[in-house]
Design a protein around this ligand. Structure first.
Ligand code: ADP
Ligand code: MG
Length: 246
């Protein structure tokens, strides 16, 4: 069974000529089914670019990406959108909530767009789990940043997508809510074999994952299995001393 997310020698170069920036410099990695992987690395190391390329939101300059068993190269925007709607959920920093819709409508929107009928009970359950049961009729503009992020997380959980991509999902949350949200993501992996790829700079957040992958200058330089907050922090400290030679 092929991994739901596969990157093979992926390169991404932004711009051309002397101002060109190599954001990914030959990344190969299989994100296995039912795995929860954290992607870490210094600012500018290519974490968001990796996520965008893996999700087909951005096209690599070279290399191959397979998402849910489909090669992304050559797919047009319509085919990519269809593939994402069927298999992928996103929790990104810029929440991407629809301001005119209520919390509940935002949570079920990806399902509605994919032509699926939302499971009322499960929808209520995920909204309750992220602590927004009293807010289902509110609009995003009436919520705090942390509450908006929780709507985005409920939306990802509600869809039961096979693959969730999260970029700093707990960045705007207080410690307690962050812990709840990370536990939800981990439970989702355990319960339904979802595959989660999460960018974070927080060793505590990363410790919820099964594996941490470390990026430096667009390359995967190490991997940590069964991470703890302290083993992650130690690896980050070691990497900050590492001088990557190109
Ligand atoms: P991270 O998420 O680890 O902070 P990014 O993937 O956002 O890193 O960026 C990796 C590198 O690519 C950085 O040097 C960044 O400045 C550059 N970069 C990212 N997006 C663009 C873009 N749209 N145009 C030009 N350069 C970009
Ligand atoms: Mg980033």
């Amino acid at each position: 069974m092929a991994a739901p997310v596969q990157l093979t020698d992926v390169r991404k170069v932004y711009g051309t000529g002397p101002s060109a920036v190599t954001a990914l410099d030959g990344v190969s990695y299989d994100f296995a089914e039912g795995s929860f992987t954290a992607v870490m690395g210094p600012s500018g190391s290519g974490k968001s670019t990796l996520l965008h390329c893996a999700a087909g939101l951005d096209a690599p300059s070279a290399g191959e990406v397979h998402l849910a068993g489909t090669a992304l190269r050559g797919l047009d925007e319509t085919a990519l959108t269809k593939l994402r709607r069927e298999h992928v959920a996103f929790v990104f920093q810029a929440f991407n909530l629809m301001p005119a819709l209520t919390v509940r409508q935002n949570v079920v929107l990806p399902l509605t767009l994919a032509g699926r009928t939302p499971d009322q009970e499960w929808t209520a359950e995920v909204i309750r789990r992220v602590g927004l049961a009293e807010r289902t009729g509110h609009r995003p503009g009436e919520l705090s940043g942390g509450q908006q992020q929780r709507v985005a997380i409920a939306r990802a959980l509600a869809s039961r997508a096979a693959i969730t991509f999260a970029d700093e999902p707990t960045g705007a949350l207080d410690t307690h809510t962050a812990a709840e949200v990370l536990a939800l993501l981990r439970d989702q992996v355990r319960a339904v074999g979802q595959t989660v790829v999460m960018v974070t700079h927080d060793p505590v957040a990363a410790s919820y994952a099964d594996t941490v992958v470390f990026l430096v200058d667009g390359r995967i330089v190490s991997e940590l299995l069964s991470p703890t907050a302290s083993s992650v922090a130690a690896e980050l400290a070691a990497l900050s001393r590492l001088k990557v030679t190109r």
